[in-house]
Design a protein around this ligand. Structure first.
Ligand SMILES: [Zn+2]
Length: 663
């Protein structure tokens, strides 16, 4: 579909065209399996999509004073499905998505409104007292604008996929009507919904896509005014741009400068979550997705600077032990906790933010972070049944299964987002820009990609998770010009070398790119990564949190459910984790580890151990299996059979002691 407004600033590097890349190997197998079972199956179409659409007919999200979020599900399903459709090029599924979108559009009101709230102007959160009366706890939800954000974005994705002007026109009318509602109510976007308006304000991203597609200045003005509200001199919450530039830990953003409107949330009450609720990871990162887009649309450096500083803050304070950010769906200085649990939506949005910043800047650190989240936390949460996922993944115990939300049969925020995550991963493996072709994730794959020097076919072989030796071949037309190929040297690889076909050995520096000339014809390179296992001793103190602490309760899961784990497995003293190559390793009953061994508390922590890997092998259903031998300075050894975290517990488990990352 034609974009009327070009970006003011070009991406430094970008994904191949749709349909021109495919991952193979174990990750490719998991993606293809999920596409078939979880996205394109008859069940996914006839039950899951149908249920999500029914909410637009029933409009029950504002049946109580507490407003729900059933309206997000359809848009997320469409975003996921449209991207899977583009990636696979499945024409029959494309036809289904057209029918599905048109059926949804039947629910659009003559004035343009399309939503799951009967009253389109019901967008201000209810009082905690009303919530208590309605649902039995002090709940002030209102997700009206957030739901419309996802519907709008899903429609834009469908319009673009199907190159369908009618769908775009309907999305346009829908957005106009939302702006009319806001004007009629004289309400600022940030004062709608919950969490200081962050869920509502994340509509920035689809509004800017709509601006680029239609050229209507009203949408850009709206996006700018929403962003201006995050740069207030009076410090009113959530002031995201100003706070980001301060590079302060996000949990501390809301400790002061609270607006009267926000105080209502903070005032809490029995069963409320108090201050912490405000640093909700998924919603906050979604806002910065919009900020990245605002940078591309306007070219104004402050937006990029804020997004980069924000990312740095998360990298410093919120990186958790599973390769993602956040602690139990909030920013809670996860880096200061030895154990962790992270929502899959958070993993996906940390990947998304890292991916957008990588496309814009080409900086290696963003791809380092993306990789760690993708090959560890993300796949740990994507179940091996190919149609389900975790809500939270934990560092040990078992995953917290996705629970169906809003009394639905099939809908969960993480589940509906999930395919977007792996499509992002597949897109990110090889990219290209003015500086050449980048091999970002050297996973088994094939891709055809255009760079200024012409089209190049890239093939990458196995080995990234096992031997650490990977063959990369690049094939270019005979009349192509001289280009460059850039190999990402991951920050974890302490010594990395690329050998070209003449046998020249070129070493690269960790955390950078190694650029080599790429001539026409077919060329093969061998990349060797340092696969020595790395022991990470947890450095901070281990806080003994009271059992009433929200995060203890959240980590343990709901009593009496499949997801519950026992308090006595929470860490009471520091332990270590092991990484090999890009993978975080784990012990698991799946590979024969015993519960007594895994949860005995015995640790290599603080013993000055070194580690080596023996018997490293590939096996279907795993990214890697190996035996890790730990050796202390006196020569005494301990050995554990280990596998990648992404395969140690990627299933619903009836055993609360299934796996652990800790040694
Ligand atoms: Zn979620």
């Amino acid at each position: 579909m034609e974009y009327k407004i070009p970006y003011k600033t070009e991406n430094r590097t970008d994904a191949p065209e749709w349909g021109r890349f495919a991952l193979h190997g174990e990750i490719g197998r998991r993606i293809a399996f999920y596409n078939e079972r979880g996205v394109m199956s008859a069940h996914a179409r006839e039950e899951v999509f149908a249920e999500a659409q029914s909410y637009f007919r029933d409009q029950q999200d504002d049946a109580l004073r507490v407003g729900y979020w059933r309206g997000e599900f359809w848009g997320k399903l469409m975003l996921s499905a449209a991207r899977v459709c583009r990636m696979t090029g499945n024409e029959e599924f494309r036809d289904f998505l057209r029918r599905e979108t048109y059926a949804l559009l039947d629910c659009q009101r003559p004035d343009g409104y399309l939503g799951t709230y009967r009253d389109s102007r019901n967008m201000i959160r209810c009082s905690l007292k009303a919530g208590m009366e309605d649902v039995g706890w002090a709940c002030n939800y209102n997700w009206n604008v957030w739901c419309r954000k996802y519907t709008l974005w899903g429609l834009l994705e469908a319009a673009d996929l199907l190159d369908d002007r009618h769908i775009l026109d309907c999305a346009d009318r829908m957005a106009e009507q939302l702006l009319d509602d806001l004007e009629a109510l004289s309400v600022r976007l940030k004062d709608t919904g919950v969490m200081s308006g962050m869920p509502s304000c994340s509509i920035l991203k689809p509004m800017l896509i709509l601006y680029r597609l239609t050229g209507k200045g009203r949408y850009l003005d709206f996006a700018r005014s929403a962003a201006d509200e995050w740069e207030r001199e009076d410090g009113e919450c959530p002031n995201l741009l100003k706070k980001a530039l301060d590079a302060v830990s996000p949990i501390r953003w809301f400790d002061r400068d609270r607006s009267p409107a926000a105080r209502e949330v903070f005032s809490g009450g029995e069963g409320t979550d108090g201050d912490e609720w405000i640093a909700k990871a998924y919603e906050m990162m979604s806002c910065f997705d919009g900020i990245c887009e605002l940078y591309r649309v306007t070219g104004e450096e402050k937006y990029l600077r804020a997004a980069e500083r924000y990312w740095e803050g998360l990298d410093r304070y919120e990186r958790n032990v599973m390769g993602s950010v956040s602690y139990c769906e909030r920013f809670w200085e996860a880096a200061s906790h030895p154990d962790g649990a992270t929502e899959i939506c958070d993993v996906i949005h940390w990947m998304r933010l890292s991916w957008e910043l990588y496309r814009i800047t080409g900086r290696a650190r963003y791809m380092d972070a993306f990789e760690s989240a993708f090959v560890n936390a993300f796949f740990a949460g994507m179940y091996d049944t190919g149609d389900f996922c975790a809500f939270f993944i934990r560092s040990h115990g078992r995953p917290y299964d996705a629970v169906m939300q809003c009394k639905s049969r099939y809908q969960n925020c993480c589940l509906n987002n999930l395919p977007r995550g792996y499509v992002n991963g597949a897109q990110a493996a090889v990219t290209a820009g003015a500086d050449g072709i980048r091999i970002n994730l050297p996973l088994p794959l094939e891709a055809e990609i255009d760079s200024p020097a012409g089209r190049t076919k890239i093939t990458v072989g196995e080995g990234y998770f096992t031997s650490g030796t990977v063959l990369v071949s690049a094939e270019r037309e005979a009349d192509a010009g001289e280009g460059r190929i850039l190999f990402r040297i991951p920050s974890w690889s302490r010594s990395t070398a690329v050998t070209d076909e003449e046998g020249n050995l070129i070493t690269g520096e960790s955390g950078t790119f190694l650029a080599l000339p790429l001539l026409p014809g077919r060329h093969t390179f061998t990349v060797r990564f340092d696969m020595t296992p790395r022991i990470l001793d947890y450095e901070g103190p281990v806080e003994d949190l009271p059992g009433t602490d929200y995060h203890v309760q959240r980590w343990l899961g709901t009593k009496g459910t499949q997801s519950e784990v026992e308090r006595d497995i929470m860490l009471t003293r520091p332990m270590s984790t092991v990484r090999r190559g890009p993978l975080i390793l784990a012990r698991s009953k799946r590979i024969g580890s015993s519960g007594e061994d895994m949860f005995s508390g015995e640790t290599v922590w603080g013993r000055g151990m070194t580690a080596s890997a023996e018997d490293v092998r590939e096996e279907e259903g795993f990214l890697c299996r190996c035996r890790i031998v730990f050796r202390d300075p006196a020569g005494e050894t301990i050995a554990y059979d280990m596998c990648d975290y992404a395969s140690a517990g990627n299933f619903s488990s009836d055993d609360p002691r299934t796996f652990t990352l800790f040694v």
